[in-house]
Design a protein around this ligand. Structure first.
Ligand code: PEP
Ligand code: MG
Length: 588
């Protein structure tokens, strides 16, 4: 048992970080300062100058991130620049200066608090987290007005320390490696926040939603942040520290060993070729994915370009984004999933009908059909990029043949249009379907007539099979990829595709869990697409196994009646045979 005060939160980025706490300055308290009427024009000028100067700071930082290929960071900062210059902030603050005769700081503070409070009241967790972006912009603008340095800058104090704060903004997350912090714990925030996405890409342990965190910690306190389990240990005793230190070094050497084995194409011991691909969200991730042993991009989630910005990305921007992915892949293929927004992913630039049950409402292809203008712009960009390298298009959340045929009709229209305009594209471009609804999983044999390939999105397929919202921690206990019902559904989808001679892969989180590798390959899948850092462990298992062993396990598993029986059998076999690959986070 670990000793010390244990605080629980939500695991947002894997790994263990150990070090002294560095409590980051809470949001700045600014007191309204009254000014005389004749100073009002000068104060408005000071506000405008601070906005210009803050924008210049952000532009510099944004350009640096782009030159360092941190494309996500660059996009977020560009979105922040647009928000900063938006009338809601600048004009809102100007009006307050003039009406209430107060200094610019107080006016900015009030406007930012007002906007942040509106976000905080939103039901949707994704939108709620966008409040963090507004607060980050406000913080930067206030610091410029007050002549203070940015919140997170390199300082000797930060060296190998763990940041603790009420909330981590996406900008601060991008600064973290430079600031010397090795982990972070925050009172607020969620798994789907941009800060969490960035922390995972940077591989820095991160725990969010830890109630009472700031009150329980003083700067300098010894801390353990367990980003794999979502825990923070304050003041661990020596034995507990030793346990976590051991686990941290085991995790590091495990990752190193597996990475060193992850070279060359993947095949089973009896020579069956298996393709391992990467799931990515930005061109900058390609190089790292190839280094970890991925052979292609199996899922490019295109949403990142749409989120967090007040206008839609242009055809040209989307074209350049796709070309950047293909160029970095140097001739290896990439599968682009068309826009999957709605549900918890809502862009600022468009209104998506929410309904009482957003993940059962207008999402993914359903949104594409409501806004064919947006969908066609994306299709044009992807079709044009197909002239540059091997590119496939895949539709998310298709529920049946009619939707698929309608989507293909729109594709055909775009292809005709480009041909008329004399623009180059791949005339044999492959179009595939994500299997994310039970209705699609049960009819891959029919869908095969209109699809070149399939990819199973197990995250959504689980949510829709068990009627359990994937964003709701309270029903997370219902997620059982080895549940007999789910295995039957997978089998039906895989058999239907294989029977029709159409390739089927898995690209949901299940594909990257080494404990499930035998089950998925034994069921007949030959391509797995996963977060790049998971490739080495899965590759190691495939290379050490024979296909008949995997099929034999599946034959024993299919007749079992409960998820517990299946899990006991599969985990027992996999843990015994592959302790290094499967047990990444043993119990402490
Ligand atoms: C899935 O649902 O499994 C999937 C890969 O898509 P996303 O996680 O982006 O919804
Ligand atoms: Mg999905």
């Amino acid at each position: 048992m670990a000793t010390g005060l244990k605080l629980s939160g939500v695991a947002a980025s894997d790994g263990v970080a150990i070090g002294p706490a560095r409590l980051l300055v809470p949001p700045m308290v600014v007191i309204d300062r009254r000014i005389s009427r004749d100073l009002v024009p000068a104060e408005v000028t000071r506000l405008r100058q601070a906005v210009t100067s803050t924008d210049e700071q952000l532009a510099l930082l944004s350009a640096r991130l782009e030159s360092e290929h941190l494309h996500e960071g660059h996009l977020i900062l560009e979105a922040h620049r647009l928000m900063l210059r938006d009338d809601e902030i600048v004009e809102g603050a100007r009006r307050l200066i003039e009406k209430d005769e107060i200094a610019a700081e107080g006016a900015v503070r009030r406007v930012i608090d007002g906007i942040a409070a509106t976000f905080a009241r939103m039901e949707d967790p994704y939108l709620r987290e966008r409040g963090a972006d507004v607060e980050a912009i406000g913080d930067r603008l206030l610091r410029t007005l007050l002549g203070l340095p940015a919140a997170l800058q390199r300082s000797p104090l930060a060296s190998a320390a763990i940041g603790v704060g009420s909330l981590l903004s996406p900008i601060d997350a991008l600064h973290l490696p430079r600031s010397g912090l090795v982990g972070f714990a925050a009172e607020r925030g969620g798994k789907t926040s941009h800060a969490a996405i960035i922390m995972r890409a940077l591989e820095i342990p991160f725990v969010v939603g830890v109630r009472g965190l700031c009150a329980a910690i003083r700067s300098g306190d010894k801390l353990v942040v367990d980003g794999s389990r979502g825990e923070v240990i304050v003041g661990p005793d020596d034995d507990t520290m030793a346990m976590y230190e051991q686990r941290r070094s085991r995790e590091r050497s495990r990752a190193q060993t597996l990475k060193s084995r992850s070279i060359g194409p993947t095949a089973t011991r009896d020579g069956v070729r298996i393709e391992l691909s990467a799931n990515i969200e930005a061109p900058s991730e390609v190089a790292g994915a190839l280094e970890l042993g991925a052979e292609s991009v199996g899922l490019f989630r295109t949403e990142l370009l749409y989120l967090d910005r007040p206008e839609l990305p242009s055809e040209e921007e989307q074209f350049q984004d796709a070309v950047a992915v293909l160029s970095a892949l140097g001739g290896r293929p990439a599968t682009f999933r068309t826009l999957d927004i709605g549900g918890e992913k809502l862009p600022l630039a468009v209104t998506v009908p929410g309904g009482t049950n957003p993940s059962l409402g207008v999402r993914a292809m359903r949104f594409a059909f409501r806004r064919p203008d947006i969908f066609r712009t994306q299709l044009r960009a992807l079709y044009r990029a197909s002239a540059v390298g091997p590119l496939r298009i895949m539709f998310p959340l298709v529920s049946g043949i009619s939707e698929l045929d309608e989507a293909r009709r729109l594709c055909a229209g775009v292809a005709e249009e480009l041909a008329r305009e004399g623009l180059d594209f791949d005339r044999n471009l492959e179009i595939g379907v994500m299997i994310e609804t039970p209705s699609a999983a049960l009819t891959t044999d029919h869908l095969a007539g209109s699809a070149s390939f399939f990819s199973i999105g197990t995250n959504d397929l689980l949510q829709y099979t068990f009627a359990a919202d994937r964003e709701n921690e309270d029903v997370a206990y219902l997620y059982h990829p080895l549940h007999p019902a789910f295995l039957r559904l997978l089998k039906s989808a895989i058999d239907g595709a294989n029977g029709a001679g159409k390739p089927i892969s898995v690209c949901g989180d299940m594909a990257g869990d080494p404990a499930f590798t035998w089950v998925l390959l034994g069921l007949g899948v030959r391509n797995l697409s996963m977060s790049p850092r998971l490739v080495p462990a899965v590759k190691s298992i495939v290379g050490a196994s024979r296909l008949d062993e995997m099929e034999a396990l599946v034959a024993r598993v299919l007749p079992l009646r409960s998820e517990t029986e299946v899990e006991d059998l599969v985990m027992g076999v996999m843990r015994e045979r592959f302790p290094l690959e499967v047990d990444s986070t043993e119990k402490v």
